[in-house]
Design a protein around this ligand. Structure first.
Ligand code: GLN
Length: 225
């Protein structure tokens, strides 16, 4: 059984990123993969899962989510190789430090060598990133600016919008995909959702087609016109 776990959607769900869990669950289910989807609330224990999903959120809830995760088994599960998709606030929480409510620096989970400071202005609007030759599309809305260090690789290079710093978006480690793109990004980018699912189940996937593919193609057409 493959367990997909959405973490704290009450805190990290402002931008509908819980839909990432639904997208990966549904694309697994349609292929006959034995899969379950769990949503972890504020008073729940973080369960063992193959894939954890962290979404975006406002500064206060983001800080609370970081506190809850710090005292949970999440960090050790990720160090042991559990997969994670992290979006925006989620991306920031996994790093060394992030800024909330002005310039107050707050401790992240320290799972990835990245630091998020306050940008000069908020990054709001469409975000398109080139990831291994493919376009990743979505939208962003954040005040943070993220710097990668210690040899951490970006997820991709920014084609439109700001991402980490107007050049790079997110980061990629052996078991973590992180991006500033909301959408939900896995619903808007079926190829990306399948790439993650294939890693999580450790197998090649049968192709499937869905309305999401047509919407993705249309989005790419509009962006390149
Ligand atoms: N609160 C964070 C910021 O503004 C994250 C926002 C988000 O998740 N969209 O940078």
């Amino acid at each position: 059984m493959t367990t997909i776990c959405i973490l704290y959607p009450e805190l990290l769900g402002t931008y509908g990123d819980g839909g990432n869990g639904l997208a990966v669950y549904e694309r697994a289910r349609r292929r006959g993969i034995d899969v379950e989807l769990i949503s972890v609330g504020l008073n729940d224990t973080v369960p063992d899962a193959s894939l954890y999903l962290l979404g975006g959120g406002e500064d206060g809830p983001q800080r609370l989510a970081a506190d809850l995760l710090r005292t949970s088994s999440f960090g050790s599960r990720v160090r042991d190789g559990a997969y994670v998709v992290a979006v925006c606030a989620g991306l920031q929480i996994l790093g060394l430090t992030f800024c909330v409510e002005g310039d107050d620096e707050y401790e992240g989970l320290g799972l990835v060598d990245v630091v998020t400071s306050r940008g000069e202005r908020r990054s709001v609007g469409e975000l398109a990133t080139r990831v291994d030759g493919q376009l990743l599309v979505g939208f962003e809305n954040h005040g943070g600016r993220t710097t990668l260090s210690g040899g951490v690789n970006a997820l991709g290079t920014v084609v439109k919008g700001r991402g980490n710093d107007a050049k790079l978006d997110g980061y990629r480690t052996k078991n973590i995909w992180a991006t500033y793109a909301h959408g939900p990004v896995l619903a808007m980018n079926p190829w990306f959702c399948d790439e993650i699912l294939a890693s999580v189940v450790g197998a090649e996937l049968d192709p499937i087609t869905s309305a999401a593919d047509l919407l993705y193609q249309e989005r790419c057409r509009v962006l390149s016109s």
